[in-house]
Write a protein that binds this ligand. Sequence first.
Ligand code: URP
Ligand code: ZN
Ligand code: ZN
Length: 470
Amino acid sequence: MSLLIEKGTVVLENEVRQTDIFVQGERIAALGPKAADMATADSHCDVLDAEGLIILPGAIDGHTHLDMPFLDFASTDDFFTGTRAALLGGTTCIVDYAEQAETLAAGLQTWKKRAEGKAVADYGFHMTIKHLSSEVLDEMEAMVAAGVVSFKVFMAYPGRMMLEDEEIEQVMRRAAELGAVVNIHAEDGILIEDLIRRTKRAKATDPIDHALTRPSVGEARAVDRAIKLAKATGAHLVVVHISCAQAAALVAEAKADGLPVHGETCPHYLWLEQRKLKDQGLQGAVYICSPPLRDVTHMNALWQGLTRGEIEMVGTDHCPFNLAGHKDRGLRPDGSFDFTKVPGGLPGIETRLLLLYAGGVLTGRFDLVRLARITATGPARIFGLAPQKGAIREGADADLVVLDPDGLTSLDAEDLHMNVDHSPYEGMRVEGSIEFVLSRGELVVEARRFKGQPGRGKYIPRSNPDSMDG
Ligand code: URP
Ligand code: ZN
Ligand code: ZN
C-alpha cells in the first residue's frame, strides 16, 4: 500500500515545514518534491489532503502499565484496550513495564504473552528488578540481547520492591557494562514508611494524607542519591515520573555537568494540582498516585523544565484502576477512608498528546518541534527505538499522527476509549483533535475512529541507545 499525505504542516526533527510525505508499505519513503514524484509514478497510491492539518511523528509512551497484576486484580486496560486508546490519542508505540518473576526471562515471557494477539500498537518492554541476586545480574545480559535495554529499580516500597543503594549500585554497574539504561523510581522509601506509620497512628488516612506521606523533599533526596550512584558507576540514568521542582533541578544540573542523566515527567504532574486530593473519599482517591500530585509551583517548574529541554520526555505512567471495585477498597463501612488500601495510578495513555499540545504549544510555552521531541524523538533516542521510530524522516517507520488544530476533544470518560470508569480530566475540553493515525503505514485511526485488528502491534526489540547526549 502507498499513500501520499500532501500539503500538511509537517513537524520534522528541527523545523516545521509545509511539505508532502510519501508512505510506501511500512516506511516513510520520501519527503518533499520527491514524495509527489514517487506518488505520481505509483498508480495505486492513495492521497490524503492534509492542508491545514499538523503531521507529528507517532508519539511514543515510554511508561505504561497494561494488565499489571496488583493484589487480586490487574490494571484495567489490557494490551488491546490500552493500545487502542493509545492509537486514538496519537501514540503509536509504548514501552510497558514487565516485572521480574521467578527469573527475568520468566517475567518477560509472561508480559509478552499478555501482549501477543492483543496489542494494536507496537510495543517494547522495560524490566523491573524487584529482588537482586547474582543470577539476576547475570540474566541482565540475556534481557539486553532480547531487546530489553532498560531496567527499573525502586527506592521506595521497602520489603516489596525497594532495593538498597548498594544493590542499585550493582544494577547500575552491570547496566553500564551492557550499555543499558536504569530507570529509577526515586522516592525515599524509609521516610515514607515512617510518615505512613505516623499518619495511621493519628488516624489521618484520607486521600490527601497519601500525598502528605510522600513529600517532595523525599523525592529530591532519592534523586540526589540516584544521580550520585550513576556518576560513580557510569550508568545511564532515567529519573522517571518526576513530580517536583527540586528533582527537576537536580536532573538539569546533572545534565549540565555532562552526566548521561535524563528526566521524564507525566501529564498529571503538569495539569493536576494536589488540592484535588482534598476531596473526600472516592473523589479524592481518583488522584492517588506515586509520586503524588504537587502544587502549582512544582507544576510550573516542570513545564519550564520541558521548555528548556532539561526534562526530555513525557510518559504517561498509565496505570488505570476503577473506582468501583479497586479504588473503593479504601472506603470503610463507617464512611471514613484508608488510602493504604487503594491501588495508586492514573489513566492517561489516550490523553497525553493533546494535553501537551494544549498546555505546551497553544499556551506558547514551547513549539511543535519541542512537542515532537518530548513525545517521540526523546523517548525513541533514550530508550533505543531510534532511528526506526521517533521522527519523520526517510526510512523510518511510517508512524504518523494527523492533528486538526481546529478540532475540539472532550476528556470525559464517556468520550474516551480507555477501559476505566472515570477520567481525571472529567469536564475538560482541549483544542485540537487526533483525526488520522498511521502505524507502520497502516491507517489505524480514520476520522477519529479505530480501524485496526487485535494483534497487529509488533514487539519491537530495542537496541542499546548509541548516543544519548544532547
Ligand atoms: O502510582 C503509580 N505511579 N503507580 C504505577 C507504578 C509506578 O511506580 O510507576
Ligand atoms: Zn515508579
Ligand atoms: Zn509507573
